[in-house]
Write a protein that binds this ligand. Structure first.
Ligand SMILES: *Cc1c(COP(=O)(O)O)cnc(C)c1O
Length: 359
């Protein structure tokens, strides 16, 4: 059976070897006679998976002890509201607006009654870049979107700030090493780089857990799940099982620094193909802010049928998920951790051949 090369933005490609293990173990997990999906979340069978996933996140990410790893639900979109519910104390709150997801995060903070200070934005230039930012020292928290999945821009390093820094890392979690000195809360929907949809990962500095007010529902308090090791209620057990397999896969590959090297290599090849196409393809993002995860680009003469033609040819060649987001159009190749180098090489060959034929 031939698997497609999946360049979808999310849910997105998972490592084939991980799916093979999941397939093999589906009916009878470790000789238990049941699927891990059918195991009680209070059983030893499941608990080993749960603890191992947390341990691997700590190890692979070199996470300092004063951080807590939480497994939640509701996607990154629920975090847009949960972050202000837990961290706002009536003071100053600053956000950087680098695209659609930042805007949604800002909108939810406003719904919480916060007078959000949008400290800087790249909206005027079509979200083609990551603006320089200088956060105030006295914010309750400040917020960035580390990788802009739609526009294809990414922070190369996080801003250093005295205020707690919150990062939406939905589309680049586990793709590169993190300087935890700079970070206080990181959240991500799992379905781009870390597993299936339905699981949300939150990594939070413990000193932020006690801020939450009594009026916040129990299930929406980070403290609830931190105190219960993310087992206050039934967690998304199958998603956490797949996350654990993906973390083992990262570990076997040599860790996150190694994954980062591969990601850099894949992205360079693809951006080089765009830059060397003599204007047939143009990248959306400014070069210095280009994302290693989502490569958004256009074909010359946007009004022609070239885009549809390329998508059809790609589809025929077993390459899917290349259509750009409806808000920017064009094309987008998402090349997350699990997209192999050979997929990127096949795409580049298709793009080069297509450009030659349609110059
Ligand atoms: C996909 C995405 C989201 C939304 O995630 P959900 O889990 O679907 O809510 C938020 N932020 C970023 C950066 C994303 O890429």
């Amino acid at each position: 059976m031939k698997r497609a090369y999946n360049f979808g933005a999310g849910p997105s490609a998972l490592p084939t070897s991980v799916l093979e293990i999941a397939g093999k173990e589906l009916l009878n997990y470790h000789d238990s006679g049941i699927s891990i999906m059918e195991a009680s979340h209070r059983s030893k069978l499941y608990d080993d998976v749960h603890q191992n996933a947390i341990r691997l996140i700590r190890e692979l990410y070199n996470l300092p002890d004063d951080f807590e790893v939480l497994f939640l639900q509701g996607g990154a979109s629920l975090q847009f509201a949960v972050v202000p519910m837990n961290l706002y104390m009536g003071g100053k709150v600053q956000y950087v607006n680098t695209g659609t997801w930042s805007k949604k995060a800002i909108k939810e903070a406003k719904i919480q009654g916060i007078d959000v200070d949008i400290v800087t934005s790249s909206e005027e230039s079509g979200f083609d870049s990551i603006p320089q930012v200088d956060f105030a020292d006295d914010c309750d928290y400040c917020h960035i979107t580390s990788n802009n999945t739609i526009y294809g821009t990414q922070y190369k390093s996080y801003p250093k700030t005295a205020s707690p820094l919150v990062i939406d890392a939905s589309s680049d979690i586990f793709s590169k090493e993190v300087d935890w000195d700079k970070v206080d809360l990181m959240y991500a929907g799992a379905q781009k780089n870390a597993g299936p949809s339905g699981l949300t990962i939150v990594i939070i500095r413990k000193n932020l857990l006690d801020r939450v007010k009594e009026s916040v529902p129990t299930m929406l308090r980070y403290k609830t799940q931190a105190d219960a090791n993310s087992l206050y209620n039934t967690p998304p057990t199958f998603g956490i099982y797949l996350l654990n397999l993906i973390l083992e896969w990262i570990d076997e590959k040599g860790g996150i620094a190694k994954i980062d090297e591969e990601n850099q290599r894949k992205a360079k090849l693809l951006y080089d193909a765009i830059d060397n196409s003599e204007g047939f393809y143009t990248g959306h993002a400014k070069k210095e802010d280009r994302s290693l995860m989502n490569v958004s680009f256009n074909i010359k003469d946007k009004n022609s049928d070239l885009e549809a033609k390329l998508l059809a040819e790609a589809d025929k060649a077993g390459m899917i998920g290349l259509k750009g987001h409806r808000s920017v159009g064009g094309l987008r190749a998402s090349i997350y951790n699990a997209v192999p180098l050979e997929a990127v090489e096949a795409l580049i060959k298709l793009m080069n051949d297509f450009a030659k034929k349609n110059k």
